[in-house]
Unconditional design. Structure first.
Length: 434
């Protein structure tokens, strides 16, 4: 039977995503009512700038006192799209204390304090849903938490930041340099005025922490995720990648160790073969490749950011949480029963592509090969090309290794830099997806 008393929703934040959530709640009110089994009413909208005109939102709903809104006593669900750590953390805790379940898109907060927020939700018998925190509109969090709950996930590898994928795609397809591609991304609204969180991998690392926790049923915080940005990726890196039949993507890679006793979580640029499904992900799209023991290989693909896509994920969570409210039940909470340690980056095993500037003279290649061998890193292929550089003669040496621990590769590179015949290490890039 349809319940007539509406479920009341408090919206914290009314920017690009929040305003779209409010619009959809209004324009699709009848559909939402039918899907949930009760009307859903926007009871208040907390903002910082009350004077700003917000089309389609009753000005009477606008408030700058988010705490008072949450303490009214009649709020059923809180939608938090403020972002950042504070005041979002305090407001979410206040919502739980006052009997409201929470839908959040706050990846930074969940990556840092997800365990504490889950504990608070469980203490009060409430829901914490956050599909929109990772990969925008792509249904990913709930399939991993629910659809794959009976399976064992061994690896997750994905493109989880649209800005960086747009930049790298432009560098690959047009030959543009990093700054030129970034300028285009900024002009089109894909990149923020300060793109640091995106291009240095912080955004992707927060998402990686959330996904690793879900995939491996263990607590992984942002500080556990190894991170490298993509600002040093160059046109010559793409040229080398193409010669190998690869392209370059900024990847989040989460892996369970072969013995099942630990996990790793990392974000960095990597070369991947053009035959890999992630290689064809273009523009600002996201895609996540999940490898599970029984289900096999699954790929989730779609727009990873933007007002409407992110609002779609928020509304999906809102419907689920409201249904739980009516059923006087809660959905899945935190699953961290394995308590697996997160191994350091030095223990990660993968292949590497190293570009060296060396003296163009006999014996250099043998010296470089010996250095690799001394550190236990086996060479797969070597390509050498001579060139005239200034008044002296130099050569470009490209080495692609077999799989080796990251610590061994780091030791090799440190030793190479000390060789008189090595003028510089131009780039180091991992090779993934093979």
């Amino acid at each position: 039977m349809m319940r007539t008393r509406p479920l009341k929703v408090a919206l914290l934040g009314c920017g690009v995503v929040g305003s779209e959530v409010a619009r959809i709640m209004t324009t699709h009110a009848d559909d939402l009512t039918a899907r949930i089994g009760a009307p859903v009413e926007l009871a208040g909208v907390a903002v910082r700038r009350p004077s700003k005109v917000r089309e389609g939102i009753d000005p009477a709903l606008i408030t700058t006192d988010a705490t008072a809104l949450l303490k009214r006593g009649d709020i059923d669900v809180v939608v938090e799209v403020i972002g950042g750590i504070e005041p979002a953390r305090t407001l979410i805790t206040t919502a739980f204390e006052n009997g409201a379940s929470v839908v959040s898109a706050n990846k930074a907060l969940l990556a840092q304090d997800g365990a504490a927020l889950h504990a608070a939700a469980e203490q009060h018998g409430l829901d914490l849903y956050y599909e929109a925190a990772v990969a925008g509109a792509i249904p990913l969090v709930r399939p991993m938490r629910e659809s794959l709950a009976g399976d064992k996930i061994n690896r997750v590898m994905g493109i989880v930041n649209g800005t960086t994928n747009f930049i790298l795609d432009k560098m690959d397809s047009t030959g543009a340099g990093y700054q030129e591609a970034l300028d285009e991304a900024t002009a089109l609204g894909y990149a923020e005025a300060d793109p640091t969180a995106d291009v240095e991998g912080y955004d992707a690392a927060a998402k990686a922490a959330i996904l690793a926790g879900i995939a491996f049923h263990t607590r992984v915080r942002l500080d556990d995720v190894y991170r490298e940005g993509m600002t040093e990726v160059s046109a010559s890196d793409f040229a080398s990648a193409k010669r190998m039949g690869c392209t370059i993507k900024l990847l989040a890679i989460l892996e369970r160790a072969a013995d099942g006793e630990s996990v790793t979580a990392r974000v960095h640029p990597a070369m991947i073969p053009l035959t890999h499904p992630l290689a064809s992900v273009r523009e600002a799209y996201n895609a996540v490749f999940v490898e599970a023991e029984a289900a096999g290989r699954l790929m989730f693909y779609g727009p990873g950011a933007g007002g409407s896509p992110t609002a779609s994920a928020v509304l999906g969570d809102l419907v689920a949480v409201c249904r739980n409210k009516l059923a006087e039940a809660t959905g899945p909470g935190e699953s961290a029963y394995t308590q697996l340690p997160v191994s350091p980056m030095g223990e990660v095993v993968t292949r590497y592509h190293i570009s060296l500037d060396v003296a163009d003279k006999p014996g250099v290649l043998a010296q470089v090969a010996t250095t690799f061998a001394e550190h236990g890193v086996s060479i797969d292929t070597v390509r050498q090309q001579g060139r005239q550089d200034g008044g002296g003669t130099e050569a470009s040496l490209v080495v692609v290794t077999h799989r080796a621990p990251d610590a061994a590769l780091s030791g090799t590179v440190e030793a190479l830099r000390k060789l008189d015949t090595v003028r510089g290490v131009a780039s180091i890039m991992r090779v993934e997806g093979e």
